[in-house]
Design a binder for this molecule. Structure first.
Ligand SMILES: Cc1cc2nc3c(=O)[nH]c(=O)nc-3n(C[C@H](O)[C@H](O)[C@H](O)COP(=O)(O)OP(=O)(O)OC[C@H]3O[C@@H](n4cnc5c(N)ncnc54)[C@H](O)[C@@H]3O)c2cc1C
Length: 457
């Protein structure tokens, strides 16, 4: 089917305003653009309702046209990039908040509602939607569900999937169905709701979700502990966890990441600091203070300095600085490749050291930061954006990193998913029988392989 026929037919089906007259270039990339990952598409379709998504998929299935679902386009795995040519199906017009039900600790939203709006709406109603992925103003809740996104506070509250009560989705060959619903438990049958979570647009197009909420913690207090090196920093992480201090978030920056972002740290970074641990304590005012004090005591052993601001404003300043770390690291050489491997907690130090060794072997400056409490690293290799040869070396380094994560008993992705960047990755960590079962699930949903083809799932 030609591009013009696709556009004409879909415009007739969905209305002219739902099909863009051309393909704007930003629909062909996501946050992996600096690695040179770019796709091509025949049409960009922006349905207004779930029923329109079903109509579009039914047409695509009848005509053998691939579909790439797209949320906010902030993915770090190239998942929303139409690498095999396709229609890009953007969910940005599905932005209705169908219900906020604070008395039932629940919200029902369409897939295109931005993550930050979900969090704000919960707050305005005295409640809390804990998942806090870093690009919350741009990413969609549908994209977060499709990638099972995490964030710093996943340490205490878990990742997005833990807050999804039910999913509304369009599945091949174009049927609108629901998995789960506004119930807090559901033991009926296989957990198909969870199957949609993290499916990266390969099993269905998520059009809406019922989200669970909790009462907002009264107070959040933060701690920043600086260490002279990696060894002492990693020991502190292990000690604070094994001491049973119930922190809400436990992040780290290694020396390289700290150096890259030091100039904008709120306050000064002590001389000789080469590792930073950031922790949050939340709950009632008394509980947050108690947990914060316990954390200060344990993290203080061997630290160069521990900052524990008593006001929430200073705490918020530390975390908004933390949000900018990725950009600060990018600014060092103009480009970077960050992968999101995860390892058992007690192997964190080896994973951080391994990242630096791999970088050195490939002649690349490397650093790590991430969610220490979850053993989840952003292992990063830096390069000048225009240096294609260095980009290729960084890709080779990333492949070694995946093998390292698996060798340490971990996984190639703790946050961003498989997409195109880790296309060969599942075979590294799963035996053939598990891969075959995974493939059978895909086939059961999408027998023609038209949903987000070419991705590692
Ligand atoms: C600055 C920055 C910080 C980030 N911080 C974090 C972080 O802390 N934690 C984290 O986990 N990630 C983080 N990310 C990565 C990214 O924001 C998350 O993966 C996010 O969940 C992607 O959401 P999105 O709406 O942008 O999805 P997209 O990038 O548009 O799509 C991601 C994948 O989901 C699929 N998809 C999207 N919407 C749907 C839908 N409605 N139905 C079916 N499939 C769909 C796409 O096909 C694609 O495979 C960060 C990214 C940036 C740029």
């Amino acid at each position: 089917v030609s591009a013009s026929a696709i556009r004409a037919d879909l415009a007739t089906l969905l209305g002219a305003e739902s099909v863009l007259p051309d393909v704007p270039s930003h629909y062909l990339v996501d946050a992996t653009e600096s690695r040179g990952i770019r796709g091509r598409a025949d049409a960009v379709v922006l349905p207004e309702t779930s029923e329109d998504v079903a109509r579009a998929m039914a047409w695509c299935y009848a005509h053998g046209v691939p579909i790439v679902p797209r949320g906010g386009g902030t993915g770090f795995a190239g998942g929303a990039v139409p690498i095999a040519g396709a229609i890009v199906l953007g969910l940005e017009r599905l932005r209705q908040v169908r219900a906020v039900e604070p008395l039932a600790w629940r919200m029902h939203v369409e897939a295109g509602v931005p993550t930050a709006m979900v969090r704000r709406l919960a707050r305005e109603n005295g409640l809390f939607f804990p998942p806090d992925p870093g690009a919350a103003e741009q990413s969609h809740i549908g994209g977060n569900i499709a990638t099972n996104a995490g964030g710093p506070h996943a340490f205490k509250y878990g990742v997005t999937g833990e807050w999804v009560l039910g999913v509304e989705a369009v599945v091949p060959p174009g049927e609108l169905v629901t998995f789960g619903g506004p119930v807090r438990k559901d033991a009926a049958g296989y957990d198909l709701t969870s199957l949609l979570v993290g499916s990266e647009g390969t099993l269905g197009v998520i059009t809406g979700a019922w989200l669970g909420l909790v009462p907002a913690p009264e107070t959040t207090l933060s701690v920043a502990a600086f260490y002279p090196g990696l060894e002492r920093g990693c020991e502190a992480v292990e000690e604070v966890i094994s001491s049973g201090v119930a922190l809400a978030a436990l992040d780290f920056l290694d020396g390289g990441a700290l150096t890259a972002a030091a100039s904008s740290f709120p306050g000064d970074v002590p001389e000789g600091a080469a590792f930073l641990v950031l922790a949050d304590a939340d709950g009632s005012a008394a509980e947050a203070a108690r947990v914060r004090d316990d954390a200060v005591e344990v993290l203080g052993l061997g630290a160069l300095r521990v900052d524990a601001p008593s006001d929430q404003k200073s705490a918020a300043a530390i975390w908004s600085w933390r949000d900018g770390v990725s950009l600060a690291v990018t600014a060092r050489h103009g480009g970077k490749l960050s992968e999101d491997v995860v390892v058992p907690l007690e192997r964190l130090r080896e994973a951080i050291e391994g990242t630096l060794e791999i970088g050195a072997r490939h002649g690349l400056e490397a650093c790590t930061w991430g969610h220490a409490g979850d053993g989840n690293l952003h292992s990063t290799f830096m390069f000048a954006r225009e240096d294609e040869e260095a980009v290729a070396r960084a890709e080779a380094a990333a492949n070694e990193l995946f093998s390292l994560a698996v060798a340490l008993g971990g996984s190639i992705s703790g946050e961003h998913g498989i997409g195109v960047t880790k296309r060969e990755g599942l075979a590294l960590q799963w035996p053939p029988r598990v891969l075959a079962l995974h493939g059978a699930v895909k086939h059961a949903f999408d027998p023609e392989n038209l949903l987000n083809p070419g991705k590692g799932l």
